[in-house]
Design a protein around this ligand. Structure first.
Ligand code: G3P
Length: 220
């Protein structure tokens, strides 16, 4: 499993990259807004992320129709070779993905919730598909179960081009565990979840014990 960081926060990206923990980044309009980012700085911001991360960086279009999505996607793809254009799984999004993928632009179809949506995304040419887990949990459905159905369905077919699933809307380390056990290609995680993935109370406790015993060795 590869880990992407689900954020637009440059400091968090630098920190996670310094751990060798991330192989890509996913951003969305909400995540960019959370950094206090301005529209005029958006492309520069994505460029900075692309320079830090040696891997795919998803930048989402906010256009609402296929022509604008394609135009926006082409602009985004010029920012850096590792930009992936993120497009919602809608009729307009599928049409834009179809056009952009034919032009060699890598697309990540996002806001994917069902097996039919995922297959349509792959058929339209999406390089990545992002099923959302937490948003299902928010409405008292089992996001992991939906993810598992999508993984199984996508693995049933050869789409004639590489398709990787990005487990998204991840809220806990347990979501990551469940996704890894079903062999999901990529998990995109918020920084606080990445920290929780590293830290374990028994690791902390074990380290405390080693350090206490080492004090005894030093004083012996
Ligand atoms: O990658 C998608 C993600 O940013 C959405 O997460 O927590 O807003 O459902 P969340």
């Amino acid at each position: 499993m590869k880990f992407f960081l689900d954020t637009a926060d440059i400091n968090d990206i630098k920190e996670a990259a310094s751990w060798g923990a991330i192989q890509g980044v996913t951003t969305n309009p909400s995540l960019y807004a959370r950094t206090g980012g301005k529209l005029a700085d958006f492309h520069d911001h994505i460029k900075k992320i692309c320079e830090i991360v040696d891997g795919p960086v998803s930048a989402e279009t906010v256009a609402e129709n296929r022509d604008d999505m394609v135009a926006d996607g082409l602009e985004l793809s010029k920012i850096a070779p590792n930009v992936v254009v993120k497009i919602p799984t809608t009729v307009e999004g599928l049409a834009a993905t179809h056009t952009l993928s034919a032009k060699g632009v890598n697309v990540n179809m996002t806001l994917c919730f069902t097996v039919p949506q995922a297959i349509l995304a792959a058929r339209a040419g999406a390089r990545y598909i992002s099923p959302f887990i937490g948003r299902y949990d928010d409405i008292s459905e089992d996001g992991i179960e939906h993810l598992s159905e999508i993984v199984q369905a996508i693995n049933n077919y050869d789409f004639g081009h590489p398709v990787e699933i990005i487990a998204a809307s991840i809220r806990s380390a347990n979501h990551v565990t469940q996704a890894a056990l079903m062999g999901v290609d990529i998990a995109t995680v918020p920084f606080p979840v990445l920290e929780k993935m590293v830290n374990h109370p028994l690791t902390t406790n074990g380290l405390d014990r080693f350090m206490a015993d080492w004090e005894k060795v030093k004083n012996a």
